[in-house]
Structure formats: structure tokens, C-alpha cells
Design a protein around this ligand. Structure first.
Ligand code: PMP
Length: 310
């Protein structure tokens, strides 16, 4: 029987333990170098969303980094469901989880006599934590303000942005710069060619005359929510294209929105100085896609956030 403590349970290297007991040594390469990767899904009414897509993306990140965790995707899928199951009694009314799979390459000792560290293979952690509905609720009322910082997204030739590594420093620096200009803003970086790319945890879409565009997959983490929105938009009869989008396209767009696991889809009210579509959100396309997304997952996504404003 799963334990019923009031501390969340996480999976850690073969065991289910209280989250506070998950401890990674400071010699671990993820701590030292960001040498690891992760993935994050969310639940809707406690049920994890598109686990297969997230696990598949996670195994592509592992393959890129050349890390073998000794678990089959089906085993990690079962562990993911088990973590959610063991924490179900801690989920508040109307709340939902972020659910993460995280792997570090482990420890490589330097092999000297005084070295207390053995070589240690990958650490595998699966955890959950509540989604920040309250902190982000106003974004569904007012829209997100996007600031484009001077920091460019790491180019694919240096480190593929399609991999969800533990090294987010490029986007952390971008976020710091954006928040300096507007503490509530979200950064969306340009790619090496000056086209819009992505933010620390989000993909961007622009809408012009009913046509929906998003940056090319090669330059971004191809979000599972990005993919979900592309599918839903096509089902709704919209044309969706992956293409280079510059600041002119964004400033003159009818609508701009972000997608991410936590947000699903959230309208953008401003990009830098430019009020998008007059600044009223959501625009008609975002509203229609939010409804389609909500119907698809069986939860009113915006309402789940907006209800926290009261
Ligand atoms: N880009 C980056 C860099 C991200 O970290 C995320 C969050 N995983 C996304 C885009 C959005 O991806 P998803 O829709 O799968 O959450």
C-alpha cells in the first residue's frame, strides 16, 4: 500500500521515497555542469497528459546526450503513473501536478587515492509538484507581456535546443534581462538569425489574417503543447506553418500566444512596446483554440487559472 504521509513521494534510483530524501551529491555532473536532462508533463484532473509523447521526447534527449538509464520507456512510464498515484491524496481540490522525469549523468571520480567518490551512474528521479495556478492566473485575464532580450537562444550547432537538458543558463540570462525591463514579463529569445525562437518554458505562435505561424522545430524545443495546438488548430480548419518569424511579424500580428505544459495556451498582450491586436485578450483565434484544448483535456483551462483570482 502506498504511504499516506503529508510529504510528497518521489521515485529515486529504484525506490519511492519522501521527496526530502532525494539528495544528489555535489560531485554530480548535473550540479557541476548541467550534464543531464529532464521532461515535464502535467495532469488534468489528476491524470497525466500525453505521457507517451513526453517519455519519447525524454528518451530522445537521453540519446542525444548518450546517457543510458537502464530502464525501458515502458518502465519509466509505469514509474511516472505510480508517482502520480502515490501522491493523489495530496492533490488539492481543482489542483493539478507538474510531473517531471529527471536524469543526471552521475559522478565521474578523478580516480586518485584520496578521492572519496566512486564512479556513480545516472541518477533517475520522478517527482511531482503543484502547478502555479494562482501565481499565473492574471495572465489569462490580462495576457502575458513578452520582452525580447538581447541574449540569443543557443544555436543548434552549439547545443540543440530540441533537447531538454539541465542547462537552462542561456534562458535564465534572457529571463533576468527581460525581468529587469518588466518584472512580470516573459522572455522570448531570438535565434541566431534574429528570428523569434522560444522562452524559458514556452513556444510562441503568431496569427495574421487567420494564418497561424510558429518558429521552425530545428530552433526550439518542440513542445508537446505546441504539437497539441498545431493538431487542434488544423482540426479547426486553420492553416498552421512553421517558418521564420521576425519582430516585424510579431509587432504587426493580430494575435500572439504562448504554449507550454503548464499554460497549455495563453494569450500575449504585448511584445516589447507593441500592443498586440489592440491589447485585448484573448483574441478570437486564441479563444477558439483554448476552447478546443479545454474540450480535448476535459478541463476549462483558463478557468482553472482564473478561479484563483477570486
Ligand atoms: N521551450 C522550452 C525551452 C521549454 O523548456 C519548454 C517547456 N518544456 C517548452 C518550450 C514548451 O514545451 P512543452 O509544451 O512540452 O511544455
Amino acid at each position: 500500500m502506498p504511504e499516506r504521509s503529508n510529504q510528497r513521494t518521489a521515485y529515486f534510483n529504484g525506490n519511492y521515497v519522501p521527496e526530502g530524501e532525494v539528495r544528489v551529491p555535489f560531485r554530480d555532473r548535473s550540479f557541476l555542469y548541467g550534464d543531464g536532462c529532464f521532461d515535464m508533463t502535467r495532469t488534468f484532473a489528476g491524470k497525466p497528459f500525453r505521457v507517451k509523447e513526453h517519455i519519447d521526447r525524454f528518451y530522445r534527449s537521453l540519446a542525444y546526450l548518450g546517457i543510458d538509464i537502464g530502464l525501458k520507456p515502458t518502465e519509466l512510464t509505469d514509474i511516472t503513473h505510480e508517482v502520480v498515484r502515490r501522491n493523489a491524496h495530496l492533490l488539492g481540490q481543482g489542483d493539478d501536478w507538474w510531473v517531471g522525469q529527471r536524469v543526471s549523468r552521475g559522478i565521474k571520480s578523478v580516480g586518485e587515492g584520496m578521492d572519496p567518490w566512486e564512479d556513480m551512474g545516472p541518477s533517475v528521479i520522478v517527482d511531482c509538484m503543484p502547478l502555479p495556478f494562482k501565481a499565473r492566473a492574471a495572465h489569462y485575464r490580462d495576457g502575458i507581456r513578452v520582452v525580447v532580450p538581447s541574449v540569443r537562444r543557443t544555436p543548434p550547432g552549439s547545443l540543440s535546443p530540441r533537447v531538454k537538458t539541465h542547462n537552462y543558463l542561456n534562458m535564465v540570462m534572457a529571463d533576468m534581462e527581460a525581468r529587469e525591463r518588466d518584472p512580470e514579463a516573459w522572455a522570448v529569445l531570438l535565434d541566431e538569425n534574429g528570428n523569434l525562437c522560444e522562452g524559458m518554458g514556452s513556444n510562441i505562435f503568431v496569427v495574421k489574417e487567420g494564418r497561424i505561424s510558429t518558429p521552425q522545430g530545428r530552433y526550439v524545443l518542440e513542445g508537446i503543447s505546441r504539437q497539441t495546438v498545431i493538431e487542434l488548430a488544423r482540426q479547426e480548419g486553420f492553416e498552421v506553418v512553421e517558418r521564420d518569424i521576425d519582430l516585424y511579424d510579431a509587432y504587426t500580428a493580430d494575435e500572439v500566444f504562448l504554449t507550454s505544459t503548464s499554460l497549455c495556451l495563453c494569450p500575449v498582450s504585448k511584445v516589447n512596446h507593441a500592443a498586440i491586436g489592440g491589447g485585448t485578450v484573448p483574441g478570437p483565434v486564441a479563444a477558439r483554440l483554448l476552447k478546443a484544448y479545454s474540450d480535448y483535456v476535459g478541463i476549462d483551462i483558463a478557468q482553472q487559472y482564473l478561479s484563483r483570482l477570486k
